[in-house]
Design a protein around this ligand. Structure first.
Ligand code: NAP
Length: 267
């Protein structure tokens, strides 16, 4: 039985991925901040629930030590994250640091903790949930987009570094996905940015988004296709935006975005 270790499985993409892998006969080590509140995944036979806050460096190291001693892990899926949205001016310093801490350093620390284990096994695979917002930035997402751009570069570099040890590195890049993300994440408003906030609320309507189960299918493909492909684009919006950028170039895409935002300017 193959084993996957996943972060952020209490909802959304992490939960859907846990269910899919378990249904395909994998053992899933499903980690979340509060497993004591979980009512669904703890009913599944081949799922092991463990507590893990990706901001807790000590807990990361203890958890990785204990699971690597106990289980034969094939894939690590760095998925936990949230989206701080709003104008940069409105963020507190703590919010700014926390966003990078969770979305970037969480991935970095978990990956670093597992590398010696995969090296000793002479095989392994890291998957991380990046985002379309790690390929192209959107208004009011400065810190979230910064974290996802960073994950992109981090994984791309690491893919070269770890290939010699037969350790794969892959990125899952969803566009807007119907999960608890926006409900669970801080949304900040600030005087002077009302027009952009209205635009944001109209642009990011979760009801029109890709289903988390569709993203889970892509994660499963990435885990099992045996390829060394780095980026897995998912969702119609991701395909549309990346297609447009390919066609007209990134500068023209940005120019068009500015034009479409002109009416949102307050002054
Ligand atoms: N939804 C989208 O449109 C979208 C698009 C592109 C990429 N993504 C990415 O997909 C990933 C999963 O998000 P989702 O959309 O499935 O949203 P979600 O339903 O809110 O799930 C996010 C998960 O991350 C967990 N998490 C947050 N902070 C954590 C921490 N410090 N330690 C451990 N777990 C933590 C949450 O746990 P709690 O229940 O404890 O908060 C939850 O399990 C994120 O990296 C997100 O950036 C989402």
């Amino acid at each position: 039985m193959k084993t996957v270790f996943i972060t952020g499985t209490s909802s959304g993409i992490g939960k859907a991925t846990t269910k899919l892998f378990a249904s395909q006969g994998w053992h899933v080590i499903a980690t979340m901040r509060k497993p004591e509140n979980e009512t669904e995944l703890n009913q599944l036979e081949n799922v092991t629930l463990l507590p893990l806050d990706v901001n807790d460096y000590e807990q990361i190291n203890e958890t990785v030590k204990s699971v690597t001693e106990k289980y034969d892990i094939d894939v690590v899926f760095n998925n936990a994250g949230y989206s701080l949205m709003g104008p940069l001016e409105g963020f507190t310093d703590e919010q700014i640091v926390q966003q990078i801490q969770t979305n970037l350093f969480g991935v970095v620390r978990i990956t670093k903790a597992f590398i010696p284990y995969f090296r000793a096994k002479k095989r392994g695979l890291f998957l991380s949930t990046g985002s379309l917002a790690g390929l192209v930035a959107f208004p009011l997402g400065s810190m979230y987009d910064a974290s996802k751009f960073a994950i992109n570069g981090f994984n791309e570099s690491l893919a070269y570094e770890l290939a010699q040890f037969n350790i794969g590195v892959k990125l899952i890049l969803p566009g807007l996905t119907a999960t608890d993300l926006l409900d669970k994440s801080p949304y900040v408003t600030y005087p002077g940015y009302e027009g952009l906030s209205d635009w944001f609320e109209k642009a990011f309507v979760i009801e029109n988004a890709t289903k988390s189960t569709d993203i889970a299918e892509v994660v499963y493909e990435a885990a099992t296709d045996g390829s060394s492909k780095l980026r897995y684009l998912c969702g119609a919006d991701t395909m549309h935006v990346t297609g447009q950028i390919k066609e007209i170039g990134v500068e023209a895409f940005i120019e068009n975005m500015h034009k479409s935002l002109k009416d949102t300017h307050n002054s």
